[in-house]
Design a protein around this ligand. Structure first.
Ligand code: KIV
Ligand code: ZN
Length: 569
């Protein structure tokens, strides 16, 4: 192998690629992840022990109840022999009857007799529990931490397992299961892990396909690339005896930032169960992020068994309880996870959303939208937060915000003008701007722009003989001076334009204009978007709003004229 040659050339390299696994007939690369594993949250143990301010018992209780409500069935709630608080928390859940019928609570212990004794005491009266014991069989630990030989380590694991079994047998009213973790599995020869686990299996002696023993095979420190972890899991699954009565569990830390990938590949390699924390809290760089693992499967159509439909509330609770913010760009939960800043992305999302109904026929799936691999609504996130406006946002995105949040359909021809106005505003404040600010720019610059003209009233009177012919009377304030202007026309708008031409010095024509209703019933208003054609190339829009369609249009003309005077173009 290439790395061997490299290693031999470098007599004392500081780092080497861990030796790969000899598995030429590996099958995992061909496997498809089409069903969910058993998910086990270790937020209240591995996650909690790595918080600068560990959770108080009341905070742990709130967190526990949230995990249950989300659908977790295996929850590690602590390390009962580690402190009185940890022990009391177990007792509280059990004595106050707070553990749902179908939930297994799990407690961690080292393989030391007095700690095991105390741990099992904490489980008394628990309907369903998992005792989780661990010891590290890696050379590194045996040589440098424990000073133990392999045989001694196996003896310790067997003796501890027998002790746990005896104490569990003394609680026949409880369904106590057993999880054993050969800590630092990824730094241990698979053959030795198998030998150790076979011995532990025999010592437990109670595993069945219905009540399997859990062998949790941790990447305690992520020392290897994900493909090597998957090889190790496949090899372990092939070599371990009694595979049917064993649940192979994964527990990956994120030291190389690949915990999610390692977990996915190891699931393909045959694992049955995954331990992790909701947003990746845990020692150092944390445990695998369950929200990412679970929602990845959801995004591929797998029923996960975990409810993330209120992800913002879950994220807020975890942030509040842990005191640690979730990173903006965290998949799914990050505040930018469904945000498009770039104009071309915003435009494509807009188009894709409008044509979403065609997706089943065109793509054979219900959700296919540019730049959004999953429907944010599945996670309780809202469409109106999808697009944020900054100086790089495109016209399409700005129009989309007004349409989504305010029901305003900006005509396509006006979108460049609006986009420019919003962009200038964003540049002037030097930051991302909100949907309300977009609306304010629209209101202030297109409906109520400051300028010399103020419309006081307009009376369009149909002619007595021909009601389509209009006698118009306009009361207009021009630079503070009130004027009454009269003119006739073939309709209310042409009469209005003819009248005001007498008082203004702008040469313009009214192009085809666009109207829309906003609001419903008696409160409905007409919104008129009127383009003023100034010359062959230049057009400027004004927008008017009124309960009467004609009045809305003439207000739009005045708004447009004020924009011209303000030098908007
Ligand atoms: O990371 C680890 O190996 C652990 C064990 C105790 C399972 O947390
Ligand atoms: Zn861990």
């Amino acid at each position: 192998m290439v790395y061997v040659a490299w290693h031999m050339l470098n007599k004392n390299p500081k780092y080497i690629l861990p030796e790969g696994i000899e598995l030429p007939d590996r099958t995992w690369p061909e496997c498809v992840l089409d069903r969910a594993p058993v998910w086990c949250s270790v937020d209240l143990r591995d996650g909690n022990q790595a918080l600068p301010d560990p959770l108080t018992p009341d905070q742990k209780l709130e967190y526990f109840e949230m995990l249950c409500a989300m659908g977790f069935k295996h929850i590690e709630i602590g390390f009962p022999s580690a402190s009185q608080d940890e022990f009391d928390f177990f007792r509280r859940l059990i004595e106050e009857g707070r553990i749902p019928e179908d939930v297994f609570v799990m407690g961690l212990t080292q393989m030391r007799p007095h700690l095991i004794e105390r741990t099992l005491e904490a489980f008394k009266g628990c309907k369903q529990g998992i005792v989780h014991a661990y010891i590290a069989p890696s050379d590194l630990h045996m040589k440098q931490v424990f000073g133990m030989e392999p045989d001694q380590l196996i003896e310790t694991a067997v003796a501890s397992t027998e002790q746990i079994r005896a104490l569990a047998n003394a609680m026949p009213e409880s369904d106590i299961r057993y999880e054993f973790s050969p800590e630092e599995f990824t730094d241990t020869a698979v053959s030795f892990s198998v030998e150790l686990c076979d011995a532990v299996y025999a010592a437990w002696g109670k595993a069945t396909p219905e009540k399997p023993i859990i062998f949790n095979l941790p990447a305690t420190v992520e020392r290897r690339p994900p493909n090597q972890y998957a090889d190790m899991i496949e090899l372990f699954g092939r070599q371990i005896q009694h595979r049917d009565s064993i649940s192979i569990s994964l527990h990956v830390h994120n030291d190389q930032g690949m915990a999610v990938a390692a977990t996915e590949l190891a699931l393909m390699a045959g694992a049955d169960r995954v331990e992790g924390t909701l947003f990746g809290h845990g020692e150092r760089t944390g445990n695998v992020d369950l929200s990412t693992c679970i929602n990845n499967l959801h995004s591929r159509g797998v029923e996960t068994g975990i409810d993330f439909s209120q992800l913002p509330e879950v994220a807020e609770t975890v942030e509040r309880l842990t005191g640690m913010p979730i990173y903006y760009r965290q998949p799914y939960a990050g505040s930018y996870a469904f945000t498009a800043f770039s104009g071309s992305h915003q435009d494509a999302i807009n188009k894709g959303m409008k044509r979403l109904g065609e997706a089943p026929e065109v793509f054979g799936m219900g959700w296919k939208v540019p730049y959004l691999h999953i429907d944010p609504a599945d996670l309780g996130r809202k469409f109106e937060r999808l697009i944020r406006i900054n100086s790089q946002s495109g016209k399409g995105g700005v129009a989309w915000v007004l349409q989504q949040d305010y029901g305003i359909e900006v005509p396509k021809a006006m979108q460049p003008e609006l986009g420019l106005a919003v962009q200038q505003f964003s540049e002037s404040v030097g930051r991302e701007i909100s949907s309300e600010e977009v609306h304010a720019v629209f209101q202030e610059q297109f409906i109520e722009p400051k300028g010399p003209f103020e419309l006081l009233a307009y009376w369009p009177r149909p002619d007595d003989a021909d009601p389509t012919f209009i006698h118009g009377e306009v009361h207009l304030r021009v630079k503070g001076e009130e004027r009454t202007l009269k003119a006739d026309g073939n309709g209310p708008i042409s009469a209005f334009v003819a009248a005001i031409r007498q008082a203004i010095d702008v040469d313009f024509m009214v192009d085809n204009y666009h109207e829309q209703a906003v609001g419903k019933g008696a409160d409905a208003q007409a919104l008129a978007f009127v383009p003023l054609k100034l010359n062959a190339d230049a057009v400027m829009y004004g927008v008017g709003i009124d309960s009467n369609i004609d009045q809305a249009a003439v207000r739009a003309i005045i708004a447009g004229l004020n924009r011209v005077k303000a030098g908007a173009i």
